[in-house]
Design a protein around this ligand. Structure first.
Ligand code: AMP
Length: 290
């Protein structure tokens, strides 16, 4: 079924006036199978599933891709409907930030390096819009992808710190058969360029392999990943790091399941991010040799 499109907060309130557990899946649209996984998980646990589609200007830096970010509401309705969404909240920028809007939510610490350092102000924009969406929809559960690992950590911190009555659910990253993490921004790349971009995944797997082989020194683990990235001259690494659950890089890694390998790099003028757990029961073995 095609979800009903809502554009105002009043419409959302009316549509959700009845009983039942509400699940929210916040997105910036141009939906793909990664978003669909979040929606399906919400569908399985909730009575009413709301997907928000809002390209939030406040989480883009001045020289970033806000102007060209892909948008296609018909496609979003088809993907969201097929995955089981009931409602699609698609507000105008002026609905979210009317004249005189003056409030920003800042989460300290966990919104710093690596991603918050590379994109100053980005997580202020994210936490502000997510809190607004949570207040508008008032869901019992909200679904976020592990693809944006640090974003998930920032949202969890905000929800805890501000006593937001919602359960945050993290959903594992959905990948193409090649291993490339699905992303709306992959649409900026040709199929051949997307194949080349698998080098990011290979770098992450190389770090996992080094850890599995016994390496505990963070600098050497990072080096193992950077060596893979260096093999493709098209890659302009932004960062590759191994962090704990508070996004801190320590000298030596612990045997903690929350330890994560994060990478960000530019390829073909497009900024891509990805991450994997350092300790993975099943490491990706597809694709070429790392
Ligand atoms: P975006 O539209 O890129 O802002 O993403 C909306 C939500 O979908 C975020 O919680 C993302 O982490 C999540 N997401 C994006 N790509 C993927 C993916 N490949 N696998 C799982 N979740 C994803």
């Amino acid at each position: 079924m095609t979800p009903r499109v809502l554009t105002t907060t009043e419409e959302v309130r009316e549509a959700l006036a009845g009983p039942g557990r509400v699940g929210l899946v916040p997105t910036m649209g141009y939906l793909h199978d990664g978003h669909a996984a979040l929606i399906r998980q919400a569908r399985a646990a909730c009575d009413v599933v709301v997907v928000s589609v809002f390209v939030n200007p406040r989480q883009f830096g001045v020289n970033e891709d806000l102007g060209r970010y892909p948008r296609d509401l018909d496609r979003d309705l088809a993907v969201a409907g097929a995955a089981g969404a009931d409602l699609l909240f698609h507000p105008e920028v002026t609905t979210m930030y009317p004249d005189g809007y003056a409030t920003t939510v800042t989460v300290s610490g966990v919104s710093g390096p690596p991603e918050g350092h590379a994109r100053p102000g980005h997580f202020d924009g994210v936490s502000t819009v997510v809190l607004k969406l949570l207040n508008i929809v008032q869901p019992e559960r909200a679904y976020f992808g592990e693809k944006d690992w640090q974003q998930l950590a920032v949202v969890r911190r905000m929800v805890r710190d501000l006593n937001v009555p919602v359960r945050v659910v993290g959903v594992p990253t959905v990948r193409a058969a090649s291993g490339l993490a699905l992303s709306s921004r992959n649409s900026y790349l040709t199929p051949e360029q997307q194949e080349r971009a698998v080098v990011l995944s290979r770098a992450l797997w190389a770090v996992q392999e080094a850890a599995a082989a016994g390496e505990r020194d963070t600098a050497r683990l990072v080096q193992a990943g950077l060596e893979v990235l260096a093999r493709d001259p098209e890659v302009r690494p932004d960062y590759l790091t191994v962090v704990d659950s508070d996004m801190r890089e320590r000298e030596r890694v612990e045997n903690d399941p929350m330890t994560r390998v994060l990478v960000a790099a530019r390829m073909f003028g497009v900024r891509l991010i990805d991450n994997v757990p350092l300790w993975a029961e099943e490491r990706w073995t597809g694709g070429e040799d790392a």
